[in-house]
Design a protein around this ligand. Structure first.
Ligand code: MLT
Length: 405
C-alpha cells in the first residue's frame, strides 16, 4: 500500500500567500463595491524592461526558424547568461566567481526550497524568526522539522529571533547548527546587514563547518553601503551558497529566472557542493527556456540596466512614501530603505491577523501578517512597495485617514 510522505501532514494547511489570496478573494466577493489595494505578496507591477522584451521577441523568432531553433538547452543555463552574470554581478565588483559556479534556474523560491536535497536529513537547520516561510516548510517536508508546537515552533529547527531588541538581526546560535539560512536585505523586515556583521557569520560557518544559504534576492534595492553579495566577505567562498533572482530586480516574477552560486571551493567531507547540485539539477530539471534566458541576458545591457534602475528607484520611492506616511500616522515602521518591504508594528497591541482583518475591512488594503513569517513576527505587519505610485499614495492616505489620532 502506498505510504505518503507524512512530513507534509505536519505542515500548516496551505502556504502563507495562498491563505492570504483566499481571504482577499472572499472579501472581494462579499464587497464588490470596494477597491482593494494589494500590498501583500511581493509581486511587481512595472512591466518588463523594453530591452528584455525586445531580446525575448528576437529569441522567439529564432525559435521559429529551422536554422536557429534550439531544443534542450544546457541544464544549468546557456553560457551567454552565465558569463553575463559572472561578469556583471561579480567580477566587475572585484568578486571572483566563474560562470561554472553559476546555476541558472526558474526562481530563488525553487532553489532555496530544493537545495536541501544535497544535505543529510539529520543536519540542524537555523533560520531567522521571522523568516520567508519557504526555508522552514521545505525543511519540514524533508524531515528536518521535528514536531510543531504553537508556542515554540518546530522542535528540530533552531530559531534566531530578529526583534526590535536585536535591530532585526540574528545572533549566532548557542547550540551547534549545520545549515544557516540568511536573507539580506531581509524578507520580511526589510533591514540590511553590514559587512562586519556578515563577516561574523562567515567566520562562524567556516569554524564550525556549517553552510550559509544566503538569499540575496533583494540586493538590487540596497541604497546604503552594505554588501550586495556574501562573496564580498573574506572566507565566504568556502562556506556560502548565494541565491539571486531577476524577479524583483527586473520584473521577472511571472517570467521566471534566477540563479544560484556555488563556488567550487565549497567542499564538505571532501565533496564539492557545486558537483552535487549539478548532479541534482541535471537529473531533476531541463533548464530555463532559451527565450527567457535571452531576456535575462538583456537585463545586463546598458538599456536594460537603465530601465531596471529606474524601476527600482520607483519602488524605493514607494517604500519611502509608505515608511514616512506610516510614521506620520503614528506607526512605528522599519525597513524600506534598502528594501521594497516596510515592517510595521501593529497598533494597540493587535495581533498581526487582527490588524490584517481590520486593515482590509476598513481601508481595503492587503498586507502580510507578521505572524505568518514566524512567532517573532507576531505584532508586526509587512507592506510591499511594489504597487503603483498612485495606489501606494492612495493606500497611505486611507491609512492616515483611518488611523491618525
Ligand atoms: C514575498 O512576498 O515574500 C515574496 O514575493 C515571495 C517570493 O518571492 O516568493
Amino acid at each position: 500500500m502506498l505510504k505518503i510522505n507524512e512530513n507534509f501532514i505536519k505542515l500548516p494547511q496551505s502556504y502563507l500567500f495562498v491563505d492570504i489570496a483566499r481571504k482577499v478573494q472572499q472579501f472581494a466577493e462579499a464587497h464588490p463595491e470596494k477597491t482593494i489595494i494589494k500590498m501583500g505578496i511581493g509581486d511587481v507591477t512595472k512591466p518588463l524592461p523594453k530591452a528584455v522584451v525586445e531580446a525575448m521577441k528576437k529569441a522567439a523568432d529564432e525559435m521559429g526558424q529551422a536554422e536557429t531553433f534550439r531544443g534542450y538547452g544546457p541544464e544549468n543555463g546557456y553560457a551567454f547568461l552565465r558569463e553575463a552574470i559572472a561578469e556583471n554581478d561579480y567580477r566587475k565588483h572585484g568578486i571572483d566567481i566563474a560562470p561554472d559556479e553559476i546555476f541558472v534556474s526558474d526562481g530563488a523560491k525553487s532553489d532555496t526550497g530544493s537545495i536541501g536535497d544535497i544535505f543529510a536529513v539529520d543536519n540542524v537547520v537555523a533560520v531567522c524568526d521571522p523568516v520567508y516561510p519557504v526555508y522552514i516548510d521545505t525543511n519540514v517536508m524533508a524531515g528536518r522539522g521535528g514536531e510543531y508546537n504553537d508556542q515554540t515552533g518546530w522542535s528540530k529547527i533552531v530559531y534566531m529571533p530578529c526583534t526590535e531588541e536585536t535591530n532585526f538581526l540574528p545572533e549566532i546560535p548557542k547550540e551547534p547548527v549545520d545549515v544557516i539560512y540568511l536573507c539580506f536585505p531581509n524578507n520580511p523586515s526589510g533591514v540590511g546587514i553590514t559587512r562586519e556583521a556578515l563577516q561574523q557569520w562567515v567566520d562562524y560557518a567556516n569554524e564550525h563547518q556549517a553552510v550559509i544559504l544566503y538569499d540575496a534576492a533583494y540586493e538590487a534595492f540596497i541604497t546604503e553601503d552594505l554588501p550586495h553579495s556574501i562573496y564580498e566577505i573574506e572566507g565566504a567562498h568556502t562556506c556560502a551558497i548565494e541565491f539571486r533572482s531577476f524577479s524583483k530586480t527586473a520584473g521577472f516574477t511571472g517570467t521566471r529566472c534566477a540563479f544560484t552560486v556555488i563556488p567550487k571551493a565549497l567542499q564538505f567531507q571532501g565533496v564539492s557542493l557545486n558537483a552535487l547540485w549539478n548532479r541534482r539539477q541535471s537529473t531533476k530539471m531541463n533548464g530555463v527556456s532559451y527565450v527567457v534566458q535571452r531576456g535575462a541576458e538583456a537585463v545586463y545591457s546598458p538599456e536594460g540596466q537603465k530601465e531596471i534602475q529606474e524601476n527600482i528607484a520607483y519602488y524605493l520611492n514607494n517604500a519611502k512614501i509608505i515608511r514616512e506616511g506610516l510614521t506620520a500616522a503614528g506607526f512605528t515602521a522599519y525597513g524600506g530603505v534598502n528594501s521594497p518591504y516596510v515592517w510595521l508594528k501593529t497598533p494597540d497591541g493587535m495581533t498581526s491577523w487582527e490588524f490584517f482583518d481590520l486593515l482590509l475591512e476598513k481601508t481595503g488594503i492587503v498586507g502580510t501578517p507578521g505572524s505568518g513569517f514566524g512567532l517573532n513576527g507576531e505584532g508586526f505587519f509587512r507592506l510591499t512597495a511594489f504597487n503603483t505610485l498612485e495606489n501606494t499614495k492612495a493606500a497611505i492616505q486611507r491609512i492616515t485617514d483611518y488611523f491618525r489620532k
